[in-house]
Write a protein of this length. Structure first.
Length: 348
């Protein structure tokens, strides 16, 4: 295969992967809506094939509702739900699972097509296998997450399981994006700057922990526990930070502590990205890097503002869903921008 044909084939594969990136972004957003609308436990069984269809008649709907009534979430949180209410939460969980199935088909059908037409060279077979393994792991984690809420005395899915599901999805998103960028020859020009690269590696490491605590915030509905800013219920450093024993339990289960950590990391990220942006002003001659440099600063500013608005509107359910999902969306854009920056940067 000549070089021009290989570049053309790689570009087609990259476009397919970028479509997958877009679908993953949508899937995470649907997952956020599912969590914020308390829909995650509305479907109590995993049926990979038949579950693709929603209930098609009144009897089937009643059977699904009866299964949901067995959960403690229905008994103690949604005991007044009508069939209409149940259908509302059922939709989001069903749509979340349906979109995951659609993603799987898009990746599988695309893979089969590119293999059959010999547009995938041997060098990218292994990354493709890793991609499918990450997708399979993500699906398994999703079901483990749902099962974590289908036990006695649990009204929602576990926040640790939910966060694991979120981080796995974002890892899949980042991997797919990096894979796609590597196939685009037009992005081959790199910026050699070890200092900027090292600082950006620090930033993405900090962002990793911020995303974990964002998952904890969502899973525990921690925003509602302190819907104030810049203080946390009237204090900059709340006394409740150490109310659980042992101390380490506060880091994963204390809503106020999680709230405090999430805010603190946000401020740290804002400062680090601002400093990185300032240092990167001297890099010239790479239009992609220039665009990403501007993008990362704009996104972190928007993200901080959305975070504040999410907190201040946490006690208003519809506003919480709106701002919470927007906050999650911009977080993914920020992550993808940072991944792209790391792709462009190299140390020598």
């Amino acid at each position: 295969m000549d070089n021009v044909q290989e570049q053309r084939n790689n570009k087609q594969v990259a476009i397919w992967l970028l479509i997958g990136v877009g679908m993953i972004v949508i899937q995470v957003l649907i997952g956020g809506i599912t969590r914020l609308t308390e829909s995650g436990l509305s479907i109590t069984e995993w049926k990979p094939i038949t579950g693709a269809l929603p209930p098609l008649n009144a009897a089937a709907w009643q059977a699904e509702f009866d299964r949901y009534k067995v959960t403690d979430q229905f008994k103690y949180v949604h005991q007044n739900f009508s069939m209409s209410d149940f259908k509302g939460i059922f939709f989001w969980e069903w749509f979340h699972r349906l979109w995951a199935r659609c993603m799987g088909l898009v990746f599988l059908i695309g893979f089969i097509y590119f293999v059959a037409t010999k547009k995938i060279n041997k060098k990218i077979i292994l990354p493709m296998v890793v991609l499918f393994l990450l997708g399979a792991v993500q699906g398994a984690i999703g079901w483990i997450m749902v099962k974590s809420g289908l036990v006695p005395e649990k009204y929602f899915v576990g926040h640790i399981e939910l966060t694991t599901h979120l981080i796995a999805a974002l890892a899949l998103l980042s991997y797919t994006l990096w894979f796609a960028l590597g196939l685009l020859e037009t992005l081959g020009k790199k910026v050699v700057n070890p200092r900027l690269q090292k600082l950006m590696l620090v930033i993405i490491s900090v962002l990793f922990f911020q995303l974990i605590y964002g998952g904890f915030m969502a899973g525990l509905k921690a925003a509602i526990s302190a819907p104030t800013w810049p203080d946390i219920n009237g204090k900059m450093i709340p006394a409740e930070l150490n109310e659980l024993s042992p101390f380490l339990k506060n880091l994963i289960a204390n809503k106020i502590t999680i709230h405090f950590i999430h805010r603190s990391i946000a401020y740290l990220l804002f400062i680090l990205i601002g400093y990185w942006w300032y240092l990167s002003r001297l890099v010239k001659g790479n239009s992609l890097f220039t665009a990403l440099r501007t993008g990362v600063l704009v996104l972190v500013v928007v993200q901080v503002v959305l975070g504040i608005l999410t907190i201040l509107n946490a006690t208003y359910n519809n506003r919480l869903i709106l701002f919470g999902v927007a906050h999650q969306f911009v977080a993914m854009l920020l992550l993808m921008c940072i991944v792209a920056i790391l792709f462009v940067l190299k140390n020598k």
